[in-house]
Ligand binder design. Structure first.
Ligand code: HEM
Length: 394
């Protein structure tokens, strides 16, 4: 039996060191093989699971039908219920086609002027100050307001929703996690009920309530709650870290910053490199071995939870030469920051639109932008990669 690697202990600087820079730990594992049994470093109780590292193995795992998303426990009592990231075919395909009928490229493209306006207003407020926490001033509020407007969460409910969402994603205890799930489930039920009973609005949630496929299929009450939950939470807890991690990478590399300022046609490539180099999602959401799964001589037992280390797949030297170098001119195509296969991120076009717009406007409005000290607090856990605050000045 191979040893269980404690990710927190394996890192230089222990758990905090791991949160600040997990890449060397994953890389040491990758050098030993594609599959490892690991213990995750909190913040809640440590979890023992199987971790897949390396680009090829990660890509294969994303499409391996033996690694399923429906958990081995019943979701009947789950407060949020079934959603895309808990579903396998054919159920997954059914849910995904119902949501993609409404969450279309056209709907995303139509948001562009509104996204620009929100960005401008946030920067109008921030720029006169000369220095700020970029997360609080731009990286968080931009995707948060956009997803609330897209789904139709009323203004007055946003502070409450924001607090619940933070507690769901980064709870400080099991009790807090349960309470936050219960609260957010109630909140979403009220929101859906409200939309059902008032005049038809043109937000996405109202559209999802109304939508019916050709064969008459529609989302049930529980499915609507699950979908609203996933879109609202995935829609902002990730993009905040695209902007935060991306700006940090750029400001840490003055030559790259200067290259981008000199030629803004490099912007789209720069955002892809930000996603590759320090993407928001460090490991994909849980998968489970539906049967004993052998990968490269290691057997993952049936029922065991499995994580795919996206952060390592996108720093694999066999796929990206000199992977630890941040280079906005490289060819970053094929990165796995948005996942791969049937669960590929539904919000990728929206995230790219927000990330590119925020970066362009920020650089235009703050010609002397620079980091103002080192980040002090990193998001705990292995799911999200990012900082809680990022001091910048200009
Ligand atoms: C830069 C920002 C984002 C990143 C890095 C990101 C990353 C990901 C990843 C890695 C997955 C696959 C998870 C897995 O297979 O375990 C995923 C799925 C998903 N994402 Fe995103 N995401 C981002 C933004 C968004 C936004 C803005 C939305 C919604 C508006 C969104 C909605 C979703 C949904 C609904 C899924 C599940 C798709 C499915 O299971 O079929 N994401 N995302």
């Amino acid at each position: 039996m191979a040893e269980i690697v404690d990710l927190g202990e394996y890192a230089e600087g222990g758990r905090e060191g791991f949160y600040a820079d997990p890449y060397p730990v994953y890389e040491k594992l990758r050098a030993r093989g594609p599959v490892h049994q690991v213990r995750t470093p909190g913040p809640g109780p440590a979890e023992e699971l199987w971790l897949i590292v390396g680009h090829e193995a990660a890509r294969a795992a994303f499409t391996d039908p033996r690694l399923v998303k429906s958990p081995p426990w019943s979701l009947d009592d789950d407060l949020i219920g079934l959603h895309l990231l808990f579903a396998d075919p054919p159920e997954h395909g059914r849910l995904r086609s119902l949501v993609t009928r409404e969450f279309t490229p056209g709907r995303v493209a139509a948001l562009a002027p509104r996204i620009q306006k929100i960005t401008d207003e946030l920067l109008d407020d921030m720029v006169p100050r000369g220095s700020a926490d970029l997360i609080a001033s731009l990286a968080f509020p931009l995707p948060f307001v956009v997803i609330c407007e897209l789904l139709g969460v009323p203004d007055i409910d946003r502070d409450r929703f924001r607090r619940m969402s933070t507690q769901v994603v980064a709870p400080t205890s099991d009790e807090e996690a349960y309470a936050a799930h219960a609260e957010i489930a109630g909140f979403l039920d009220e929101l859906i009920e409200d939309k059902r009973s008032t005049a038809p609005a043109d937000d996405l949630l109202s559209a999802l309530i109304r939508t019916t496929s050709e064969d008459g299929d529609r989302l049930s009450r529980d499915e609507l709650r699950g979908m609203a939950f996933l879109l609202l939470v995935a829609g902002h807890e990730t993009t905040v870290n695209l902007i935060g991690n991306g700006v940090r990478a750029l400001l840490d590399h003055p030559d790259q910053l200067a290259a981008l300022r000199a030629d803004m046609t490099l912007l789209d490539g720069a955002v892809e490199e930000m996603l590759r180099y320090d993407g928001p999602v460090e490991t994909a959401t849980h998968r489970f071995a539906a049967e004993p799964v052998e990968i490269d001589g290691t057997v993952i037992p049936a029922g065991a939870p499995v994580l795919i280390a996206i952060g390592n797949a996108d720093r694999d030297p066999d796929r990206f030469p000199e992977p630890d170098r941040f280079d906005i001119r490289r060819e970053p195509r094929g990165h796995l920051a948005f996942g791969h296969g049937i669960h590929y991120c539904l919000g990728a076009p929206l995230a790219r639109l927000e990330g590119r717009g925020a970066l362009r406007s920020l650089l235009e409005r703050c010609p002397e932008l620079a980091l103002d000290g080192e980040p002090e607090s990193w998001l705990p856990g292995v799911l999200m990669r990012g900082v809680r605050s990022l001091r910048v000045r200009w």
